[in-house]
Write a protein of this length. Structure first.
Lengths: 532, 204
């Protein structure tokens, strides 16, 4: 009995053997790792597309690909990064692994639905990739699939859109699962305000996934129906209105921005108290700001459409509500910084990644206000300024927090420790490359370089060149980071159960955790951050 | 409430219900995207919506509404029967429910084919002669009743699965949450129809 309980979840494979013991497992930890590996697999495909785009833009005119190929490449870069990497990113991989551990549960509420959602994810991802190589060419609409072009283009849009539909189903099911889990499976004594803040952010994310993703599903179904049957809902000659597509699309896709960023915010909220050896500043403010972001994020979709044609009153309302979202985001940033104040800070790599996140996300967030203000929006709309803004929030924000969380929970997941110095060096290269790659885009945008363009005027050459060089440095940083992590999976030193001295429940069980997480059901008697 | 953890998630009745209700939320949001399209276009083309609606067969619509509402009743009664341990009665009522679902679909088929035989279907040359509002109205009619029809079909399949499970005693007086959730789904499909019926048949 005890011998059986002592082995980690890597050892207890359940009913199946080999690969099947992974892809048919209902253990949340195995599913989390399935997600983690597949998400980073897709991430690297999209990184390659990104590098190819930058390479094309290194000089004006044609460099390595035709304009049509370029359109396909930026479309697939966007679709894969958004729907296959950033949206499922933290919640489906680390969230799946950590959520039951942090609330002291044996698994999520619906383990089989959890596995099913991974299957939806992998089928959707496969459909998107297959759309590249089949039919009459890869989709070339941009990740937003705007009508009327997405209805008229002869490329393989239907299959790609169907793939994204499946990804939406996967995301919805994950949200449903997490919300139910948080409601039903908290350990005895784990009251709402004793939950770690990562759980609060996953809970808020879960609700956004539940209430926003079905709108994407129906929008994509409408697009497919439009391409197959020609209903005419978005075709003015048949009485339709293309603007309605934009509305429906952004009713999902703006809340989706918060599906991307909320879990990232939650993850860094876990890391800061542990490495500052101080309890989090403003626990309830952070918990409620997650819910506030989720709620307010629902009402701001119109700010993507300021130049699309809308009444002035709607524009003003959408702009005002957009500024409202900055308040809970600001609350979080100030609370993180306040938590560091007078702490006994240990500058280990998870904290360094976190601090980079705060810096880059703040730039991304503040330039968001430039986009949200009506007057400046007209000026920068559809330029590289937007491209720079969302890469600072999504890559500098979500992805850097993802890397921070990966370094933080790595010893829990694998039972081993990575080498500290290469992790820090990789961050330095990543951070440098990131800023060289994306900061010139702010300047390009203000100077008037439109996004998604294949060619440009000679005056933009210098900044494009700098940006492309930055992309090489960034990729070098990514390779260094992943090499260090992957090597440590096999060769790292044994980490011990609680290498960081964390005080949340996942650190009370062994590393890696046993099959049903805890030998005894933990009983919670206090808040999550038992530091000074 | 937190003590459920000790019992384990596999027997969590409340959890299963919460999950189902959340799933129904997502379904509702899915349909609300379509209702949004409907309201936007109806406010743009009020007269044409009214005249197009008068061409739908109101008798068939009413008949289908009665069928679905009755099937909701038999569904609820079947859950009541299983609770009180009357397995045979529950099986009969479940079969009746799915049978009425089938009748609903057959009626829909008859309605659609009547319209299609008159040349009215999306992107048809016949429909394109109509006004813009009418084109949109019929587009919405086919799309919403079509997606609703798919949900009815899914409901029938679910009930069929429940009939098998009840027969094998995997749904019983001690463990009927699966049947209850199927019932919730069926009522949801019913309620969507209760909104579709006036929006398409009764606005003329």
């Amino acid at each position: 009995m005890t011998a059986e309980e002592d082995i980690s979840f890597y050892g207890s494979r359940g009913r199946h053997k080999g690969v099947l013991s992974w892809i048919l497992s209902t253990d949340h930890k195995r599913i989390g790792l399935l997600y983690l590996t597949s998400i980073f697999g897709f991430f690297f495909v999209a990184v390659i597309f990104g590098v190819l785009m930058r390479l094309e833009l290194i000089a004006p005119g044609r460099t390595i690909m035709s304009a049509q190929t370029y359109n396909a490449v930026f479309t697939l870069h966007g679709v894969i990064m958004i729907f296959l990497f950033i949206i499922p990113g933290i919640p489906a991989s680390l969230g799946n692994f950590i959520l039951p551990l942090q609330i002291g549960a044996k698994d999520v509420a619906f383990p089989r639905i959890n596995l099913m959602s991974w299957w939806f994810y992998i089928s959707g991802g496969t459909a998107v990739l297959v759309s590249l190589f089949t039919g009459s060419g890869p989709p070339d609409t941009g990740w937003t699939f705007y009508v009327p072009y997405s209805i008229r283009t002869g490329t393989n849009v239907t299959l790609a859109v169907f793939g994204v539909f499946l990804l939406g189903v996967s995301s919805t099911l994950t949200g449903l699962n997490f919300v139910t889990t948080v409601h039903r499976l908290r350990a005895p004594g784990m009251k709402w305000f004793r939950m770690p803040l990562f759980i609060w952010s996953l809970y808020a994310t879960g609700w956004v996934q539940i209430l926003a993703t079905p709108v994407l599903a129906i929008t994509l179904l409408l697009l497919i129906a439009e391409r197959l049957f020609g209903f005419g809902f978005f075709d003015p000659s048949k009485g339709g209105d293309p603007l309605l597509f934009e509305h429906l699309f952004w009713i999902y896709s703006h809340p989706a921005v918060y599906i991307m960023i909320l879990p990232a915010m939650g993850a860094v909220t876990e890391i800061i108290p542990v490495f500052a050896r101080r309890t989090i500043f403003g626990y309830k403010a952070i918990a409620f700001s997650s819910l506030a972001i989720a709620a307010a994020g629902y009402l701001v979709w119109g700010h993507h459409m300021f130049t699309s044609g809308m009444s002035d009153i709607s524009k003003a309302v959408f702009s005002f509500l957009t500024f409202i979202v900055a308040i809970p985001s600001g609350i979080k940033v100030f609370n993180w910084v306040a938590s560091l104040y007078k702490g006994s800070i240990e500058l280990r790599s998870p904290l360094l990644y976190t601090v980079s996140f705060i810096f880059l996300f703040s730039i991304g967030g503040l330039t968001g206000l430039v986009n949200g203000a009506l007057a400046t929006n007209i000026y920068v709309h559809g330029t590289y300024f937007i491209v720079a803004h969302f890469h600072y929030t999504m890559f500098g924000g979500t992805a850097f927090a993802f890397f921070a969380a990966l370094h933080y929970w790595f010893p829990k997941i694998t039972g081993r420790m990575y080498r500290e110095a290469p992790a820090k060096n990789a961050l330095l290269v990543l951070f440098t490359g990131f800023n060289i790659l994306y900061f010139p885009m702010f300047i390009l945008g203000i100077e008037g370089m439109p996004r998604r363009y294949y060619d440009y005027l000679p005056q933009f050459h210098r900044d494009h060149l700098i940006s492309t060089i930055g992309s090489w440095i960034l990729v070098a940083g990514l390779i260094m980071m992943f090499y260090n992590l992957i090597r440590s999976v096999f060769k790292g030193d044994t980490a011990g159960d609680n290498p960081w001295g964390g005080s949340t429940l996942e650190w009370t069980t062994s590393s890696p955790p046993p099959h049903e997480n805890f030998k005894e059901v933990p009983v919670v008697t206090g808040g999550p951050y038992k530091f000074r | 409430m937190n003590n459920e953890n000790i019992i384990g998630h596999k027997t969590d009745y409340e959890g299963a219900k919460i999950g189902m209700w959340i799933f129904l939320f997502t379904e509702m949001v899915l349909f609300s995207g379509l209702f949004l399209l409907y309201s936007a276009y109806r406010s743009r083309y009020p007269e044409e919506f009214h005249s197009a609606a008068s061409e739908l067969n109101r008798f068939m619509g009413t008949f289908n509404t009665v069928i679905l509402l009755t099937s909701s009743l038999t569904m609820a009664l079947s859950i009541n029967s299983i609770r009180t341990g009357r397995k045979g009665m529950s099986l009969l009522l479940q079969s009746l429910t799915s049978f009425m679902g089938l009748i609903f679909l057959v009626n829909k088929y008859i309605e659609w084919s009547a319209k299609i035989s008159h040349g009215i279907y999306p992107d048809s040359p016949g429909l394109m002669k109509y006004g813009k509002g009418e084109i949109i109205f019929y587009g919405l009619y086919y799309l919403l009743t079509g997606i609703h029809g798919l949900h009815v079909l899914a409901g029938i399949v679910l009930i069929a699965v429940m009939i098998v499970l009840t027969n094998k005693d995997r749904v019983s007086s001690g463990r009927f949450v699966a049947l209850e959730n199927t019932g919730l789904y069926w009522h949801f499909v019913d309620i969507i129809w209760v909104f579709l019926f006036p929006l398409f048949y009764l606005i003329s």
